[in-house]
Design a protein. Structure first.
Ligand code: ADP
Length: 252
């Protein structure tokens, strides 16, 4: 359902992704980890079509991103929700209006907007703050609004780029429960984070990047494999001798 094939990305002469390949099946929950500068945000930007790969291809739901005709791109983008660390809320609009914005932009009726926004406010636990402006919210609450807005079109994939970067650990755990809940509703989640505690607590598939290369892809993985046993190489890469990416298999 999501396939990144031999993708490289350069800015001028600087190569920031080197021949990266991975596949994510429907309803998987994947943590994309690695130190700052490893290339996590670059991958997220490629997956939402905000940047083009220098070479290689990205397929989402069987369609190669590069081949989506421009007029159809807006519709295609609804399949992929995204949450950024800096949340990007509209400051002059209330919580409910921020969540409603993508629906308004595509001409949804007032009745549909009201129903969907009500559902999402409840899901993210902000029904009582529907009429507040973002400035009156905590960091964690702002992130929850951003998650509600990102899922307003019921995307098949939800991407999150360091969504807990600016919030305290307690709020971060709430955000993780929300992602788990959205995942249970059959949405694929790709969470880019350098937060080792979060990754270790999730025990999900972990794809680790270093210097623009995948160095590990493991199921039930930890942020840092050293010292941890029992993590298994992900089948998408297991025994894949043809893969040009270097995978460090651990504990198996
Ligand atoms: P991460 O999200 O893992 O911290 P990034 O994907 O943001 O890493 O960055 C990967 C590398 O690409 C870094 O060395 C960064 O400086 C570089 N980079 C990202 N965007 C640009 C850009 N627009 N121009 C030049 N270099 C960039």
């Amino acid at each position: 359902m999501l396939e990144v094939k031999n993708v490289s990305k350069s800015y001028g002469k600087t190569v920031v992704l080197h021949d990266v390949s991975f596949r994510v099946d429907p309803t998987e929950f994947v943590c994309l980890t690695g130190p700052s500068g490893a290339g996590k945000s670059t991958i997220i930007n490629l997956l939402i079509g905000a940047e083009d790969a220098t070479s290689g291809s990205i397929e989402i739901d069987g369609v190669e991103l590069r081949k989506v005709p421009h007029p159809a791109m807006q519709l295609f983008r609804r399949k992929v929700g995204v949450v950024f660390q800096d949340v990007k809320l509209l400051r002059g609009r209330t919580v409910a209006e921020n969540i409603a914005f993508p629906l308004e932009a595509c001409g949804a009726s007032d009745a549909i907007i009201k129903k969907r926004v009500g559902e999402l406010l409840e899901q993210v636990g902000l029904s009582k703050k529907a009429n507040m402006l973002p400035a009156a919210l905590s960091g964690g609450e702002k992130t929850r609004v951003a998650i509600a807005r990102a899922t307003v079109h019921k995307p098949i994939i939800l991407l999150a780029d360091e969504p807990t970067g600016n919030i305290d650990p307690e709020q971060a755990l709430k955000i993780m429960s929300l992602f788990k809940q959205i995942h249970l509703e059959k949405t694929t989640i790709i969470l880019a984070t350098h937060d080792s505690n979060l990754v270790d607590s999730l025990k999900t598939r972990v794809i680790r990047l270093e210097e623009g290369r995948i160095v590990r892809d493991s199921v039930g993985g930890y942020f840092d494999a050293n010292g941890h046993k029992g993590t298994k190489e992900h089948p998408a890469h297991a025994g894949d001798a043809a893969s040009k990416i270097k995978i460090t298999s651990i504990g198996s």
